[in-house]
Design a protein around this ligand. Structure first.
Ligand code: G
Ligand code: G
Ligand code: MN
Ligand code: NA
Length: 255
């Protein structure tokens, strides 16, 4: 109920906030964008999205959080512009739940919000997990084709954790693979993880899709990913997820 209050009561809305985790290009090391992650505070204590997202999904309110995230992206873009930075240079990735994408009004709600906030769809990436993509495959694939035609990018999140058949990958319309951090964080010391990591790298290469490694925590992992030809990295090595103002500072320092 505290969660319900927070979602429905304007005064409690500030219990939610969006943090931005920087994404870097491995070749240039330049900042290329950020993943938006939701945070919720109850009685001064942070509650993990792993706990509250499933509840928000089950009450049918998950799209409200996505809309809130878009409002925060708009705010970040406005702040960047005020600092003399063109926000078009940065991609913003949003996590989308399967229950959300199965709502027949999802696409129209999303496109309306982007238009209202004057956000270019080409600056937005939607992250969907493997399992979300495989359930209701043909319907979801149709939605993805339509979203791509509007300029949005589609990323497969937590890749490698779904243990799914690879045959669907040939039919699925997506733009990028995000290798799960469980394969990344300990990859330098673990031969088995290296085998899985290398398989995903060659899969992405053969499909001609860029790869993002998340959970890159130190320079060794960053160098490993770069040497394997991974295009983008995200993780504590560069930065934790940052509140908007700290992200703006980060962008200014990167310049
Ligand atoms: O930030 P953290 O690593 O604790 O996030 C845990 C999980 O919560 C991530 O896997 C992410 O996909 C999910 N998550 C975070 N924010 C959102 C959000 O706004 N919407 C959805 N659907 N999932 C989110
Ligand atoms: O959407 P996804 O479940 O992939 O969300 C990424 C989660 O991973 C976020 O909760 C974020 O806080 C967390 N995270 C981001 N970078 C790192 C990292 O370098 N190491 C670890 N252990 N977790 C990370
Ligand atoms: Mn994600
Ligand atoms: Na992930």
């Amino acid at each position: 109920t505290a969660l319900r209050d927070a979602l429905h009561n304007e005064k409690s809305k500030n219990a939610f906030n969006v943090v931005l985790q920087p994404l870097h290009d491995t070749k240039t090391e330049c900042l290329i964008g950020a993943e938006c992650l939701m945070r919720w505070t109850l009685d001064g204590q942070p509650v993990s999205p792993v706990e509250f997202i499933p509840i928000v999904e089950s009450t049918g309110d998950i799209n409200k959080l996505t809309m809130f995230t878009l409002s925060q992206i708009k705010e970040a873009k406005d702040k960047l512009r005020r600092e003399g930075i063109d926000p078009k240079n940065y991609m913003f990735a949003i996590n989308i739940s399967v229950v959300e994408i199965l709502d027949v009004n999802f696409e129209s709600k999303l496109l309306t919000a982007l238009s209202d906030y004057n956000i270019d769809p080409r600056c937005i990436k939607l992250e969907l997990t493997e399992s979300a993509l495989i359930d209701n495959f043909s319907y979801v694939n149709e939605v993805l084709i339509s979203l791509q035609s509007k300029g949005l990018l589609i990323s497969i999140d937590d890749f490698g954790t779904g243990f799914s058949s690879l045959s669907y990958l040939c039919k699925l319309h997506f733009d990028e693979i995000k290798i799960d951090r469980s394969f990344v964080t300990n990859v330098v010391k673990d031969g088995k993880l290296q085998s899985v990591f290398n398989s995903i790298v060659s899969l992405a290469k053969n499909l001609d899709k860029p790869l993002v490694a998340e959970g890159v925590e130190d320079m060794e992992q960053m160098i490993y990913a770069k040497a394997k030809g991974v295009q983008y990295v995200q993780g504590y090595y560069y930065s934790k997820p940052l509140p908007i103002d700290a992200f703006i500072e980060y962008v200014l320092e990167d310049k």
